[in-house]
Design a protein around this ligand. Structure first.
Ligand SMILES: NC(=O)c1ccc[n+]([C@@H]2O[C@H](COP(=O)([O-])OP(=O)(O)OC[C@H]3O[C@@H](n4cnc5c(N)ncnc54)[C@H](O)[C@@H]3O)[C@@H](O)[C@H]2O)c1
Length: 365
């Protein structure tokens, strides 16, 4: 049995604490430090019996971690991750990869230059439901994508917005915080997005950043999609509120949030149900539902297990900074489309020169 990897959690807020809980349940890691400037983190660190550092530099200087999870506000992702990578510490970085394309490209360059593993925390990709859905879609069972519909109603309480960054354009808002997960999944399943149209509104909450958006997508491979998202709308139709990924934080309602209608069959998620015709599709004939069997697993733990593999053996991260930057480019296009009312093309050319990192890293058990 290899020794557990000593890991620091940088940013002990909402998701940082979820990671701390996951680490506590896993044998491959041992929490060795917390970094957070908030005094409230002192209570947590002392309850867990680990040292608390006010910033990442002092933690690095202490030599207390062999790996780190960065779960800080978006605009700090680049400087914090850069410091860790340059110190030779592998990073699991929360999504979105950063707050701007420029800093995301900067981070890719640092990962390439240092060769130190960098995995971006699009945790849903590690969910067996998503892996099975990907396999089903790629096997051709739904045929070609004709239309995709995704809903995301997340009525967040007022206390959620006490952190100022969550109200600020460029850092907060459901597009950057939540829609990035949906964009990541849609690209993963159906390939790149060619153009977007969007409307955004801040009328419910009145913050500078949007609270609600409606988005149309055109995929390069054909097929159209719509996404409706709000952090002020009440309803169970959201992945977070139906997939049961984080039961300590969210309920798991028995509803669906993703509907993919293909040329042959339909697929809904997270119930992973395939709706197929007996022969040729005909809207007057019943479709037969098949619930695809899957063994569920905690995606945060699965993500950490993958991270441990990257640290020990090197290899390609399941979600690279390049991939996560493509998500950011789509989000930028959606932001532009909402601001101008125009159709905006998704320009992935800034990524052309980047091949996707395979880390030749790994220092054994
Ligand atoms: N994958 C997921 O399911 C998921 C869910 C929620 C949030 N996130 C992402 O995680 C990140 C954090 O979100 P959150 O909701 O936990 O935020 P949060 O505000 O609850 O927590 C952020 C914490 O980081 C600390 N912090 C700020 N600057 C820091 C720095 N320079 N060094 C160390 N600590 C610092 C803050 O004091 C705070 O405790 C965001 O990027 C968000 O998009 C991911």
């Amino acid at each position: 049995m290899p020794q557990p990897i000593e890991i620091a959690v940088i940013g002990a807020g909402a998701i940082g604490r979820t990671h701390i809980d996951s680490i506590g349940r896993m044998s491959g890691f041992r929490l060795s430090a917390i970094v957070d400037p908030m005094p409230a983190s002192a209570t947590l660190a002392s309850a867990l019996g680990v040292p608390l550092f006010p910033n990442v530099e002092t933690m690095i200087g202490s030599g207390s971690a062999r790996a780190a999870i960065v779960a800080t506000p978006n605009e700090t992702h680049f400087p914090v991750s850069e410091a860790l990578l340059r110190a030779g510490i592998p990073v699991l970085l929360e999504k979105p990869v950063s707050e701007s394309l420029a800093s995301a490209l900067g981070l890719i360059a640092v990962a390439d230059e240092t060769g130190i593993p960098l995995l971006v925390g699009h945790h849903r990709r590690h969910n067996p439901i998503i892996r099975k859905a990907h396999e089903t879609i790629r096997s051709g069972r739904i045929g070609e994508l004709v239309m995709a519909t995704v809903t995301c109603s997340l009525a967040k309480p007022a206390s959620y917005f006490e952190a100022a960054w969550r109200r600020a354009p460029g850092a907060g808002g459901p597009l950057l915080i939540n829609l990035v997960h949906e964009i990541d999944l849609l690209r993963h399943f159906f390939g790149e997005i060619a153009t977007v149209q969007a409307m955004a509104s801040n009328k419910r909450r009145g913050f500078a950043v949007e609270d609600t958006a409606a988005v149309c997508l055109e995929f390069v491979g054909g097929g159209l999609g719509t996404l409706c998202i709000s952090d002020a709308a009440t309803g169970p139709w959201a992945w977070d509120l139906s997939a049961g990924e984080n039961r300590l934080r969210f309920p798991a309602h028995p509803v669906t949030a993703h509907h993919y209608a293909g040329s042959r069959a339909g697929l809904s998620l997270p119930d992973l149900t395939l709706w197929e015709p007996e022969s040729e599709p005909d809207w007057t004939r019943a479709l037969h539902p098949t619930k695809i069997a899957v063994e569920t697993a905690d995606p945060y733990e699965a993500q950490l297990a993958h991270f441990a593999g990257l640290i020990r053996n090197g290899g390609a991260p399941l979600v690279s900074a390049r991939d996560a930057t493509a998500n950011l480019i789509v989000l930028d296009a959606i932001g532009q489309a909402a601001a101008t009312g125009r159709v905006v093309s998704v320009d992935l050319s800034p990524l052309d020169a980047i091949s996707g990192t395979i880390f030749n890293y790994g220092n054994g058990p």
